[in-house]
Design a protein. Structure first.
Length: 102
């Protein structure tokens, strides 16, 4: 075996070591979530980015579909408020903010 072949083999083993550790501890990608509801309607007044994120998460992460009409849905997700902001929770000894509620 040449030096390059040995070097390539050793580097490959070092590169694969973290992945084998993840597999050994039981880590796996999330995959599809099985929901008891097959058709979901999103109602209320969510912001367009929130609505788009919800729809994308539902359509790509589950086998559920999005209903346009709430009467056709098994589940109605009613968004009552969509607030963006932060509230100060704590200050440190210097008077600087150390914690926020988002």
């Amino acid at each position: 075996m040449s030096v390059n072949t040995v070097r390539r083999t050793v580097l490959s083993l070092f590169a694969l070591a973290p992945f084998s550790g993840l597999v050994a501890c039981g880590y796996r990608l999330r995959g599809m979530v099985d929901l008891p509801f097959k058709v979901i309607a999103i109602t209320g007044s969510p912001s367009p980015p929130l609505r788009a994120d919800l729809q994308t998460s539902i359509l790509t992460g589950t086998d559920a579909k999005i209903a346009i009409n709430p009467k056709d849905a098994d589940l109605i997700l009613d968004i009552t408020s969509d607030l963006n902001g932060r509230e100060i929770l704590a200050y440190n000894s210097n008077g600087q903010v150390s914690a926020y509620r988002l």
